[in-house]
Design a protein around this ligand. Structure first.
Ligand code: 13P
Length: 251
């Protein structure tokens, strides 16, 4: 039985106006007020972060961002600095989501710089990794994930990564309705913990929360959470509706 506290995180991607985000956040806060054995996080689009953080202050729901830039300030049109996120009320930041790797040229190297910057700013980084369908079919899942973790955390020390969260999101399971089976996910999570033992040590590896993401819904969360190395979920589509997401949080 692990002592890791579950984390159920919602990634709202590029959905919701400020008004919609406020409404969903308020409803979620009400519906999860009694859920005191899990950590809860929502990551709205940048425009809604500050107002959602205002609503969520003094609640059980923490706020995160979906990305950040690694510099503290400068002439970087369109980018958001780590300190801007903490000022706006963020506690977490999602880094290296497969959609950013795919559409915005993120690499393990940019992910690594972002993780370091997040840690320095006191944000909890959620490092996203995952294999494509072609990579899984070619039996490359473990080697792809091994590289993503090792390159993403390169040069960082366990003492800096005390709150690190890893989210395993197989690309073929994102938004497709195809969830990895709980056994498939557990197999990967166990492997990832072994990679952390190699990189750091066993105590550190045991302390890191590893989330599963990819078509998580109320109907499959309990089964996923029953697995020894699955410590929570990063939820996309099913986090957009407060009632549905609350059912996942209170699995
Ligand atoms: P879905 O839950 O919509 O499959 O998305 C998963 C995801 O990408 C969360 O970051």
């Amino acid at each position: 039985m692990s002592t890791r506290r579950p984390l159920i995180a919602g990634n709202w991607k590029m959905y919701k106006t400020i008004a919609e985000a406020q409404k969903t956040a308020s409803e979620l806060i009400d519906r999860t007020a009694a859920a005191d054995s899990v950590d809860i996080m929502i990551a709205p689009p940048f425009t809604a972060i500050a107002s959602v953080a205002g609503i969520a202050a003094n609640s059980r729901v923490a706020v995160g961002a979906q990305d950040l830039f690694w510099e503290n300030d400068g002439a970087y049109t369109g980018e958001i600095a780590p300190g801007m996120l903490t000022e706006a009320g963020c506690r977490y930041v999602i880094i290296g989501h497969s959609e950013r790797r795919q559409h915005f040229a993120e690499t393990d190297e940019t992910v690594n710089r972002k993780i370091a910057a997040a840690v320095k700013a006191g944000l909890v980084p959620i490092l996203c990794i995952g294999e494509s369908e072609a990579q899984r079919e070619a039996d490359e899942t473990f080697s792809v994930l091994d590289k993503q973790v090792k390159r993403g955390l390169k040069g960082l020390f366990a003492k800096d990564l005390k709150k690190l969260v890893i989210a395993y999101e197989p690309i073929w399971a994102i938004g497709t309705g195809k969830t990895a089976t709980s056994d498939q996910a557990q197999e990967v999570h166990r492997f990832l913990r072994q990679v952390l033992v190699e990189l750091f040590d066993a105590d550190f590896a045991q302390s890191v929360r590893i989330l599963y993401g990819g078509s998580v819904k109320p109907a499959n969360i309990a089964e996923l959470m029953s697995m020894e190395d699955i410590d929570g979920a990063l939820v996309g589509g099913a986090s957009l509706d407060a009632e549905t997401f609350a059912r996942i949080v209170t699995f």
